[in-house]
Design a protein around this ligand. Structure first.
Ligand SMILES: C[S@@+](CC[C@H](N)C(=O)[O-])C[C@H]1O[C@@H](n2cnc3c(N)ncnc32)[C@H](O)[C@@H]1O
Length: 266
């Protein structure tokens, strides 16, 4: 277990920030699943802490019989739900630890989702191999070069296919990552893209999270040749008492926490 040396907003070389995620998620895979696995469900596609489920939102369109790719899949709860819904789903993640958590979930169900270890910026699949590609909070917040993720999603999609991703709502960057009322006062510029970085006791980058404005996300997907079909900002439902990091009902009443961008390859 590495010990936190420092944390804060600071520039970091792209190569260091972009490669930190793998070890961080390996180390934190069990803790993440212990903390959030119950809320996520073993076989559900949940777009974010608001609890919006694909079963209700239908952002992926028709999935039965479709070839579907999940990236940044974690324990592949989304791909598992898609399999149950009749899709042919493959789950990928850069972290072997997160995929092992997925294999443990599969072991209890007697049906296996194909799990492939892959960086979302270099997918090991042929061009136009999938009808749908998606991620719930996977990869994009953790890489300096999200445009590569969008380009890969576009490449492996068939014409007419959808690429749908959720991420932290950009507005949240301006506010402290605190689920209480302290998190309701803006303390940073929404326009400051300096990443949030944690270093271990030896000064190495252990975790990096990147900010993009709404315009940055749109520009990135358009540059990948995709069309934006919808931008969904789930509202915090009255009955949801879940506190997940800086997300929770107190701030959920005032601020969006998640953005879901629905795009299509023309
Ligand atoms: C917040 S978790 C979300 C996991 C899952 N989608 C869920 O909803 O629980 C972020 C995931 O992104 C993965 N990830 C980070 N960087 C990645 C990259 N460059 N390529 C693929 N996956 C990445 C992490 O390993 C982790 O599993």
């Amino acid at each position: 277990m590495s010990h936190l040396g420092s944390a804060g907003y600071q520039p970091v070389p792209d190569a260091e920030g972009g490669s930190a995620a793998r070890a961080w998620w390996d180390e934190n895979a069990t803790g993440y699943q212990d903390e959030h696995g119950g809320f996520l469900g073993a076989a559900e596609l949940c777009w974010g802490p608001e609890g919006l489920r694909e079963a209700d939102a239908h952002l992926l369109g028709e999935v039965r019989g479709r070839q579907v790719l999940e990236i940044g899949a974690g324990a592949a709860q989304g791909a598992r739900w898609l399999t149950d819904a009749g899709a042919r789903a493959v789950a990928t993640d850069v972290s072997a630890g997160m995929l092992e958590a997925g294999a443990r979930l599969d072991a209890g169900r007697g049906r296996r989702v194909p799990l492939v270890q892959a960086d979302a910026r270099a997918l090991p699949f042929a061009d136009a191999a999938f009808d749908v590609v998606f991620t719930a909070f996977g990869a994009i917040p953790f890489v300096p070069d999200a445009e590569r993720v969008h380009a890969e999603a576009a490449r492996v999609l068939r014409p007419g296919g959808r690429w749908v991703f959720s991420a932290t709502h950009p507005l949240r960057w301006a506010f402290p990552d605190d689920p209480s009322e302290r998190g309701l006062t803006a303390t940073r510029s929404y326009f400051d893209r300096t990443p949030y970085v944690e270093r271990d006791a030896g000064g190495r980058v252990a975790y990096a999270e990147y900010h993009r404005t709404v315009g940055d996300h749109v520009r990135d997907v358009v540059a990948a040749g995709l069309q934006v079909c919808d931008v969904v900002e789930p509202e915090w439902p009255a009955g949801n008492t879940e506190v997940w990091g800086g997300w929770g009902p107190v701030r959920g009443r005032y601020l969006p926490g998640t953005i879901v961008v629905v795009t299509r390859r023309p």
